[in-house]
Design a binder for this molecule. Sequence first.
Ligand code: GCO
Ligand code: MG
Length: 408
Amino acid sequence: MKITDAKVFVGGPAKNYVTLKIMTDQGVYGLGDATLNNRETLPAAYLQDYLIPNLIGMDPRNSEDIWQFFYRGAYFRRGPIAMAAFGAIDMALWDIKGKLANMPLYQLFGGKSRDGALVYAHATGADLDDLMDSIAAYVALGYKAVRVQCGIPGMPTASYAVPDKPGTNNNYISDFSGIRPKVEIWNTDLYMRFMPGALAEIRARFGPDLKILHDVHHRLTPREAAEFAKAVEPVGLYWLEDPTPAEDQNALRMLRQHSTVPIAIGEVFNSIWDCNKLIEQELIDFIRVAVTYAGGITHVKRIVDLAGLHNVRTGFHGAPSHSPISMAAQHHLNAWAPNFGIQEYLVLGTPACDALFPSGHKMENGMVFVSEAPGLGVDFDEAEASKYTYSPGSHPVVRLEDGTIWDY
Ligand code: GCO
Ligand code: MG
């Protein structure tokens, strides 16, 4: 069996999805997602200029060897661009494998460990009242877990404080906003003073059963993060996400010594080498890698297995920049993983997105139910795709009030 051709499409409704389609001499094709949010043309170029010319003629069933060929066979490796490109190839090869076996992918991993996978959505408010309304709307839709982000009084801008209602697109990703980023101003003192009380009010209003998550977006120092974790301890968070800059695998040690708040990190990690110490030293409770830019199913499955040895559960990244293809890959891993925790999943529910990616995965009452179709269980309509073109966007850049660059 041979790979005969592969094509890359960039574009989509309100998002620049990067979709890979791999064709074979047996008529079976596979789909992959290489969407690196706001840098979409780069994995697309890596695929087109280097990976696809090498892929043609390979046996698509050898997904492990193909992964090793592109990763270990490269001298300069890792990083989000390369790993997103390898990830898309890997997803597509698993899709082909599932279709050849006539089985949904989760069966090839070891079958189902659960019927449905718990998900969380993003509730966001310009102020606390607005946030309460946003949370209430998600609860009314049946969500059992909600990430809560709030505008901070006195802080002129905070990227995640844009009003957001269920069913709307999440504006914190600056869709098609152009190459030059907006600048946002951050003030740690104002955040530290306001947010613990706001979280306590949310708990008081929604009661003990709602799973409340909060994302700090890497903006605290290790000491500040420890202080913040202690302050929010009584709220009973499901998790505190990205409290410290992600590059420093030692940063969570101080927080761990002072607090038992569950910690989630990893949406910007690209490989097992970014999180092996965090997992082995049991400094985290949830690992947030994404199948898209952590090298596809083959590599993420290794991270999941390492995490399982250390009682770390999964909480894969699922911001709306991931296309339904990589979300499908995650739905299959979530159905199987013995150490599954939760899945970030914002159903945008736009008819245009459903038309581009017809899928059998279903969401009901805050849970995802995986498709029983062979392979990934999601398709790609090329005629629909021809309606869209690429439009650049950029994440905001964050500065402190004195001008110092800070983490977005
Ligand atoms: C999350 C992320 C998003 C990011 C986005 C960047 O937890 O979903 O932190 O809020 O801002 O994925 O592309
Ligand atoms: Mg996050």
